[in-house]
Ligand binder design. Sequence first.
Ligand code: SAH
Length: 265
Amino acid sequence: MRPGTNAGGAGCVSMISFIGAGPGDPELLTIKGKKLIDSADVVIYAGSLVNPAVLAGCKESAKIYNSALMDLDEVIEVMKDAEASGKKCVRVHTGDPAIYGAHREQMDRLDELGIKYEVIPGVSSFLATAAVLNKEYTLPGKSQTVILTRMEGRTPMPEREKLADLAKHHASMIIFLSIGFMDEMVAQLTEGGYEKETPVAVVYKATWPDQKIVRGTLSDIAAKVKEAGIKKTALTVVGDFLGDDHDLSKLYDKHFTTEFRKAKE
Ligand code: SAH
C-alpha cells in the first residue's frame, strides 16, 4: 500500500459522513469529500449556503434533501432511514462544519441511536476570505491571535463573549453571521478599544462567481457595506493585519536558526 493511502473505513456505507463543502467554489472541496458526495445514495445539504455546484457529480439516483427546509428531527429521520436500508448518506455543510455548523447536535443524536459517523473537514469561509484578500491573519508584530465570533442577534451570545470585550485584545477578528448589524458592530468594536482608523474588510460570498470585497476603516465601513447592498453571506474581518506595516517572520529570517536551517552570518 502506498504511504498515505487510507485503508480504514472512511466513507463506508453504514456510516453517515459529515462533509465540509468549502466556501463556494466547488473546486475547494476536498478530494475525500467529493468522492463521498459523488457516491452517496442520500444527500442532505445546507441549501441556504452550500453552492449547488458542489453536488454536480451526485448519482442520478441520489435522493437530495435541502436541510434549510427541515428541522433537526427530520434530518435525523432521513439519516436513520438511510442507515437502516444500507444506503450511503452524506450531510453536506458549508465551509467547515465545526464553525457555526450545528453538526454537534446531529452527532449527539446519532450517538444516542448508535449510528456511526465521520467528519470530513472543509475550507472554512474565514480561510477563503484571507485567501481572496491576499492577507495573513497572524502577522508578526501585529497579531498572533485570531478570534472567530459573531454578534448577538436573534440568538444570544454567552455573557463573557461580548464583542466589545473580545475587541480589547486587538487580535485579528473575524465576525460571522452579523452583516445585518454593521452599525452596532462598529460601535462595539470601537467601545472595545479599536481605533477609528483600524482597517476592516467585508467579503461577500468569498470564492463564488458573484464575490464582492469592500475595504474601509471602522469609521466608514458600515456606509460602504450599505452602499454595496450586502445583506447576507458575508464576513467582516477587522485588525491591523489588513495594513501593510508589520515585522518579518523569524521562520525565514536568515539570521535565525531553526530546526532545519542554520543562521547565516
Ligand atoms: N461553517 C461555515 C460558516 C457557517 S455560518 C464556514 O466554515 O464558513 C454562515 C456564515 O458564514 C454566513 O452568515 C457568513 O457570515 C459566513 N459565510 C459562509 N460562507 C461564506 C462565504 N463564501 N463568504 C463570506 N462569508 C461566508
